[in-house]
Design a protein around this ligand. Structure first.
Ligand code: UD1
Length: 428
């Protein structure tokens, strides 16, 4: 099994190109199901999850072609997806269990074909993660839902989905995305109350609008969609990955470094950048990206994760690694997912002092971390171990790095280009 080996203690300095956003890509790819004309996505990151989603689209009958970026590199690929005809309306267990985001084909398939069968995703490393909100939202658009043999079978009424009112009891990124895509092709008006406001949702709205959808309230928590009979061809550039950018910002912080996060969008990262500033980093927005510079000791923080625009749960683990070396005691509270502290015992093995009580983690800064073999458990947890390894004395081996390949494009290349001593090796 591949592993990443890091010899820590090097200061990182230079430019890190930020890739297209994984979570935006995973909701933009299924948009192709909404039209028989081609959808071209540019700035597509090369990630296991994106390739997995492309494979799912092929299974459903979508033709895909992929090319390097126009500037000749294959950073930021272009993918054209054409769903002239839908060959299957089933997302099978084998794909869904590996990639939870597969549930995002439910809304588009129901809207276009009047039916969809999607495997229940099952458990997940960061908590239970049910899909009830997705299903209730489809019912609000007239769908009938049946759960049998581990599958969700959904049918639209005769004449197709109709507009409806969806009021989410809690904010869900995925459920908001699913209903947005379905509503774009439903008959009449759909109103979504308590919609998620994550920048990836705004990116989705922009793509749908380019395809001919009519959406009011973009960026807010009340979205109003006028359904269309059909959508058409479009080209859309995927937004930069704010979580990848935030992760490299933590790499600058934890190594006392100075990194320019090329192409990062500060507007999508306010809570992350505020946290970095409060932790003592100098953050400047420059013409070609965001510069993060460590000038002195790291200061402790009190942070709570919450839906956008508050601090994202997807940055909690990386901030925890950084704060393990701060001068003082930090308090982090995770309000989105239960069981999202699986990196804590691994960080502790590297010398971090972290106590977890329920949803709150108390991080008492230590003077140094030491390298150790550690095991990645989920995507962002894995990144927190890489960050700790960059700062630790000696060698850190991160195992189970397939998690990292799901969400960080060319991690070792990007880190070694700015001075890290990091390599990937095959192992047992
Ligand atoms: C998305 C992101 C993920 C991020 C999360 C929160 C993608 C592919 N993934 O995940 O990286 O961590 O947003 O920002 O974009 N919930 C229910 N019922 C549902 C759906 C969700 O109870 O039907 C709960 C979840 O268990 C969780 C909360 O709602 O406690 C928020 O989850 P949600 O926003 O839906 O996360 P995802 O869309 O799965």
């Amino acid at each position: 099994m591949d592993r990443i080996i890091i010899r820590g203690g090097r200061r990182l300095e230079g430019r890190v190109p930020i890739s297209g956003a994984k979570n935006a890509a995973l909701t933009l790819l299924p948009c192709a199901l909404l039209t028989d004309e081609p959808l071209t996505l540019t700035n597509l990151p090369r990630l296991a999850d994106v390739d997995g989603f492309g494979h799912l689209m092929n299974e459903l009958g979508v033709a895909t072609t992929i090319a390097g970026a126009r500037n000749g590199t294959d950073f930021g690929r272009r993918m054209t997806l054409t769903a002239e005809r839908i060959a299957s309306t089933t997302a099978p267990y084998d794909i869904v269990r590996r990639m939870r985001a597969s549930i995002l084909v439910l809304g588009p398939l129901l809207a276009r074909e009047g039916e969809a069968t999607v495997s229940l995703p099952g458990g997940c490393a960061i908590g239970n993660r049910p899909i009830d909100l997705h299903l209730r939202a489809m019912e609000a658009l007239g769908a009938e839902i049946e759960l049998t043999a581990g599958y969700v079978r959904a049918h639209a009424p005769a004449g197709g989905l109709r507009g409806g009112r969806v009021t989410f009891p809690i904010v869900s990124v995925g459920a908001t995305e699913n209903v947005l895509m379905a509503a774009a092709l439903a008959r009449g008006e759909t109103v979504i109350e308590n919609a998620a406001r994550e920048p990836e949702i705004t990116d989705l709205c922009h793509c749908l609008i380019a395809m001919g959808a009519e959406i009011d309230g973009v960026g807010g928590d009340r979205l109003v969609i006028q359904g269309r009979d059909r959508l058409h061809a479009a080209e859309h550039r995927i937004m930069p990955d704010r979580i990848e950018a935030g992760s490299y910002a933590c790499a600058a912080a934890i190594t006392g470094g100075d990194l320019l996060l090329e192409g990062a969008d500060a507007g999508a990262m306010t809570a992350i950048l505020d946290g970095l500033t409060e932790a003592g980093l100098t953050v400047t927005v420059e013409a070609d990206g965001i510069r993060v510079r460590a000038d002195g000791p790291l200061r402790p923080l009190t942070l709570s994760t919450a839906p956008f625009p508050a601090f994202p749960t997807d940055m909690q683990a990386q901030f925890m690694a950084m704060l393990a070396l701060a001068e003082g005691t930090s308090v982090l509270t995770e309000t989105i997912f239960e069981n999202r502290y699986m990196h804590v015992p691994e960080l502790a093995r590297m010398g971090a002092d972290i106590q977890v009580h329920g949803r709150t983690a108390t991080v008492t800064g230590v003077a140094r971390l030491t390298g150790a073999p550690v095991m990645a458990t989920d995507l962002r947890a894995s990144m927190s171990l890489v960050l700790a390894g960059l700062a630790a004395e000696g060698e850190t081996q991160v195992l189970r790095i397939y998690h990292l390949d799901r969400g960080y494009e060319r991690l070792e290349d990007k880190l070694s280009a700015v001075g890290a001593d990091i390599e990937r090796t095959g192992g047992d």
